[in-house]
Design a protein around this ligand. Structure first.
Ligand code: FEO
Length: 391
């Protein structure tokens, strides 16, 4: 795709990757993604903000082929979807200096073997002049790695945010127009990429209150010309208390756990609780992560396999522990044939979260009517614990 102008002198380039379906060999991409780079022309100097995934190298180099001089290549984040083509740009443009945080400088050397002499580290709040335009750098660690920074173009009031405020969404439209679609994509992206760092993101959001921002230009997804749309969404996701919602990842091998799960869902619904069941044999992990953004409660459903939980439940529990959602409480339901310690294993995988654990209910064999009393009791206990939470 050709360069598209955001405002006079500033263009979005890079690549809209409509075909990519998996990120980090983990995250499903139902709407593809984009690797946005931005070309900022000042009266004296030109800056390129970020590059693209190496798979889209030729597209970026083609877009830059008519640019005589790139004075600065601003590297906001070392992950290869933004930095992977820096060596190619440096080879084509021997005059270019990479600008990054000091932490990113060493990471760019480690990951991409860039000559340290071509990287200039900038401090927090430091500014570089492009002539009639100037870029201020805001160190913003953990959005998404420890080396990340944002860049604020003062004269145009544009904040370039790289991963922060992004969405895995490929589109031919520059600006956000279909807000419902972008909200869901951005929420899912927040859940998958940003949620583990929500405490530090809260500090970044506070700092950004000092800036007059007219446009937010992330390096994934579309550009926001109504910045409040995405900033307010982040405030809700990061700061609001969790809601009266139960996320229920589960697996059933022979139907026993499914019977328990179905009964449990019916009881919770009767008690006015919203439930998000995720049968892990068909689950889109992005949807599971997204449901965790607001939920107060997780309950795992598992059969017993070789004395422990089903491996798919182990994987889900590990992922949830890594994503660090705002969950307050948890429990486990499921079945076993002759014994086992499935609940202990699941609990150990979530030991880094401060969760109030309600006693697990594991049923031997296929549940009889009496066996389900324990599930009904767990539902009632959960409803009591969730009393006062907003739906
Ligand atoms: Fe889009 Fe953390 O890279």
């Amino acid at each position: 795709m050709n360069a598209r102008e955001i405002v006079p002198g500033i263009s979005i380039i890079g690549s809209q990757d409509f075909d990519r379906r998996l990120f980090d060999v983990l995250i499903p991409l139902p709407d593809g993604t984009s690797y946005n780079a931005y070309l900022v022309r000042g009266s004296e100097k030109t800056a390129l903000i970020d590059t693209v995934d190496p798979a889209k190298r030729e597209e970026l180099l083609g877009q830059l082929s008519h640019i005589d001089r790139i004075d600065y290549l601003i590297s906001m984040h070392t992950e290869q979807d933004h930095s992977g083509t820096i060596p190619d740009v440096l080879e084509a443009h021997p005059e270019t200096v990479v600008v990054s945080t000091a932490k990113a400088k060493s990471m760019l050397v480690d990951h991409l073997h860039i000559d340290t002499g071509r990287i200039e580290a900038v401090g927090d709040s430091e500014t570089i002049s492009l002539g009639d335009r100037s870029l201020e750098f805001l160190h913003a660690p953990w959005v998404h790695w420890p080396e990340t920074m944002l860049a604020y173009l003062r004269e145009d009031k544009i904040l370039f945010t790289c991963d922060l405020f992004g969405a895995h969404l490929a589109s031919t439209q520059v600006y956000v127009r279909d807000k419902c679609r972008v909200y869901e994509a951005a929420k899912r992206y927040y859940a998958e990429i940003m949620m583990p760092f929500r405490t530090v993101i809260a500090k970044h959001l506070k700092r950004l209150e000092e800036y007059d921002i007219q446009i937010i230009a992330p390096s994934h997804g579309q550009v926001y010309d109504e910045p409040a749309f995405i900033i307010d969404a982040y405030r809700h996701w990061v700061l609001d208390p969790p809601k009266k919602k139960v996320v229920l990842p589960y697996v059933s091998m022979h139907g026993s756990t499914q019977l328990i799960v179905d009964y449990f869902i019916a009881r919770l619904v009767e008690l006015g609780i919203e439930v998000f069941p995720f049968n892990l044999t068909v689950t889109d992990l992005g949807k599971l992560a997204e449901a965790l953004v607001e939920a107060s409660t997780v309950v795992f459903g598992t059969p017993t396999v070789l004395a422990g939980p089903h491996p798919s439940v182990v994987s889900a529990a590990y992922l949830i522990g890594a994503l660090r959602p705002k969950l307050r409480r948890a429990s486990i339901i499921g079945s076993y044939g002759w014994g086992g310690k499935a609940p202990d294993v699941i609990k150990s995988l979530l030991s880094s979260l401060k969760l109030d654990w309600l006693d697990p209910v594991m049923i031997k064999g296929q549940a009889r009517k009496d066996d389900l009393k324990g599930i009904a009791e767990l539902s009632t206990k959960l409803a009591k614990a969730m009393d006062g939470e907003e739906l």
